[in-house]
Design a protein around this ligand. Structure first.
Ligand SMILES: [Zn+2]
Length: 235
């Protein structure tokens, strides 16, 4: 029985490693996906910034046309001003010119604001372009590393599976069934050790008399609290 228990303990170690490896293996595609999303978010920001700048430029061009139209009107009224035949006409043209000048100021204020915004947009694009280059190369190198890790992990899993098969062959079928059943019900851990007079699986105390029995390893002992198979660790 002692030998079976040793094999059981080895099997548990292999299964622990397999669980860790398989968890890591599942995490890698998620990590890669997360990095791709972060990269896409920088790309999207950059695209948005470029679009924004284009819109600002369009608006500026439109304002230039408005400015030109107003200047034409002012020139037109200025000519008419000197051709005014009455005082009323003269005053009316003056008023028109004043109105157009106000409109021109408004458009020019807008153009200034627009230029400032465009300048900010250009700076943002510059920063994002730099960031994108950095994030792209960083992401690529990290993905390459992760893909290598994935390969290594898959190879390690294969190795452990071979070891597991060998380990299972050493075990009695009934013990294996018990092991698998407890493992399934106890989050992957079926074999616990006696550690400091406690079960390493659930930390509950084990009576000293039972510890002596477990040490003798003449049969299977189960933790009376968590139901795991208890073994006495090697010195
Ligand atoms: Zn326990």
């Amino acid at each position: 029985m002692k030998e079976f228990l040793n094999h059981l303990s080895v099997l548990q170690l292999i299964d622990n490693e397999l669980a860790t490896l398989s968890f890591k293996n599942q995490e890698i595609p998620k990590k890669i996906e997360g990095m791709k999303l972060a990269l896409k978010s920088v790309k999207d920001d950059l695209e948005l910034g470029k679009h924004n700048l284009q819109e600002l430029k369009k608006k500026y061009k439109f304002s230039e046309l408005e400015q030109k139209a107003i200047e034409d009107k002012i020139n037109q009224y200025s000519v008419q001003l000197y051709q005014a035949k009455t005082n009323e006409q003269y005053k009316a043209f003056l008023k028109e010119i004043e109105g157009q000048k106000l409109a021109k100021n408004k458009v020019e204020d807008q153009m200034l604001e627009n230029l400032e915004q465009a300048e900010l947009a250009e700076k943002k694009i510059e920063l994002l372009t730099k960031e994108l280059t950095e994030v792209e190369s960083e992401t690529q190198s990290k993905i390459t590393d992760l893909e290598k890790d994935e390969k290594d992990i898959k190879a390690a899993i294969k190795n452990r599976e071979v070891e597991r098969k060998r380990s299972v062959e050493n075990l009695n079928k009934d013990i294996l069934i018990i092991y698998e059943r407890i493992k399934k019900g106890k989050g992957g851990l079926a074999v616990a050790e006696v550690k400091g007079e406690k079960c390493s699986g659930c930390q509950n105390p084990i009576p000293p008399q039972i510890i002596i029995e477990i040490q003798k390893a003449e049969r299977l002992y189960f933790c009376e609290y968590c139901g795991r198979i208890l073994i006495y660790p090697h010195e």
